[in-house]
Design a protein around this ligand. Sequence first.
Ligand code: CUA
Length: 329
Amino acid sequence: MVGLLLTENGVMLPPQASSVAPAVDSLFKFIFWISAFFFLLIVGLMLAFVIRFRKRPGHQKAAHPPTHNTLLELTWSGIPLILVMIMGVWGFKVFLDINTPPANAYEVQVTGQKWKWLFTYPNGYVDEVLHVPVDQPVRLVMTSEDVIHSFFVPAFRIKRDVVPGRYTKLWFRATKTGKFQVFCAEYCGTSHSDMLTFVEVHEPGGFERWLEAASNLLNTLPPAEAGRRLYQSRGCSQCHSVDGSGGIGPTFQKLFGHEVVLKGGARTTADENYIRESILEPMAKIVAGFEPVMPTYKGRLKDQEITALVAYIKSLSGEAQPEGGQQGG
Ligand code: CUA
């Protein structure tokens, strides 16, 4: 049992992968073990007294029970006072460290949206995964498109609400390379628990190479392949499958060139214009059997990116059936 609770890093704690993690953990462990000690001491004494001084036949009440004991009272007030003052000062110091980004931090814009994260880099490139260089301070400027989310990276020991209509900020310096889980830590609706992504920490030089390659995707790949990468990196995959399986939105398998039944019974053919309109104005034509939950991508996808996505969806069409109407998902 104890083995389950203890990891390489103490009691049930994730790996330490940021510069502030050791300080947060030390403070946490101090408060945890002080609390555990006093819990056992107080509950133990209470049980001992209950047993020792229980009512028994032949035992008399004391004639003059003690009313107070100055030394005892000063001791049990003074020790906790000193301990909470240590926790307060120590906690404030860690709080300041977490909230004071270095001046030279690399800035990434974060957008929370039901139910995914988008990261915009200084050159305008957008990705669903947060890529950062190791050992360099990174500052996140975060906002939400819809409801309140919360950006939480357990391995970095950082978490902050992401609020519509305002910007919240967070910074960190990753100390280990690798992938670290990101959670949404504020209940935000149906797929809150799927609002997952990760931070990929690159070795020195690797981040710059990744950003360069990722930003040039559209110019170096055939449109359908660029579209496939966008489908994965821009969150389409969160709701739309490409293998005919179900999801929040219609599958992309055998969609292009086929007939789509809309809410209310109208029919239309999924051609280039239909797909483009669905991306830019998702509420204009709701597919029968699906909830109107897709956010607009107007202003978020460039024309070239939409063209690539259309090319990708086209490549999944299979054999076109003019009167088919076989919509999966
Ligand atoms: Cu976003 Cu929970």
